[in-house]
Design a protein around this ligand. Structure first.
Ligand code: SF4
Length: 237
């Protein structure tokens, strides 16, 4: 059964508004061997980290998010293609639930890989995605293009829905202001996966989005000025 396929995840949250258009369920897969210098999510690198889940469990989060008006699902990481069976099953199931809910919510996947860099059967795990963002994060190549972390990364619509949803954004740049949102455990109202593997402090502060160059340092300074110190930020080696 596809729903019983095991998957390791770092986090899951709804609503996230910084990783694709609209209010989205974001799921972060655990495990990434690409080790991009400057990665903001080093806590997702260890394939044994995060927590174990099943595809069915993630699909139930998606179903609940759709009932609450989710406009899309973003799968990030970590490296989703490091768990291709789970990713393919998740996208297939999410597509079915999306159709049942009216068919307008899109499925976006972030991968650090480029086409041709992984075996075809691994890349085919993206078959159910309406759009993908591909390529390593390169800290020396900043970009203002929305939802991309560095200038080499490409946002590629793969379906008619993906073209409708992402076509208007391919060349759009961020407006001035923050590109990430912050959530402290216990204050969110969304559907979490319950993992304690966060992106910030021991109290489980999470940073969601694609930061501009220097934005995380500014965020740390701003929090420190308000008496909040990040004790173990996931972007520190
Ligand atoms: S930026 Fe993405 S692809 Fe690169 S190391 Fe971090 S999680 Fe992996």
């Amino acid at each position: 059964m596809a729903e019983e396929i095991a998957v390791r995840v770092a986090d899951g949250y709804f609503p996230v508004e910084t990783l694709g258009p609209g209010r989205r369920l974001a799921l972060w897969f655990q495990g990434c061997a690409l080790a991009c210098p400057g990665c903001m999510s080093r806590h997702t690198w260890d394939p044994a980290g995060g927590r174990g889940a099943t595809v069915g469990e993630l699909l139930r989060l998606w179903e609940a998010a759709l009932e609450r008006g989710a406009e899309g699902l973003t799968v990030s990481g970590g490296e989703p293609l490091a768990q291709p069976l789970a990713l393919a099953a998740l996208l297939r199931g999410a597509g079915r639930l999306r159709e049942r809910a009216g068919g307008t919510a899109d499925l976006l996947v972030y991968t650090g890989h480029e086409p041709g860099e992984v075996p075809g059967e691994v890349w085919r795990a993206l078959a159910g995605a309406d759009a993908v963002v591909t390529g390593r994060f390169r800290v020396a190549e900043p970009t203002d293009l929305v939802w991309r972390g560095s200038a080499n990364q490409r946002l590629v619509p793969r379906t008619p829905l993906g073209t409708r949803r992402y076509g208007p954004h391919l060349a759009r740049t961020y407006p001035p202001g923050p590109r990430v949102s912050l959530r402290a455990d216990g204050t969110g109202t969304g559907t979490g996966t319950g993992t304690e593997t966060g992106t910030g402090t021991g109290t489980g502060t999470r940073v969601y989005g694609v930061p501009a160059r220097g934005e995380l340092r500014r965020l740390e300074r701003g929090l420190a000025a308000r008496g909040l110190r990040l004790t173990d930020p996931s972007w520190r080696p």
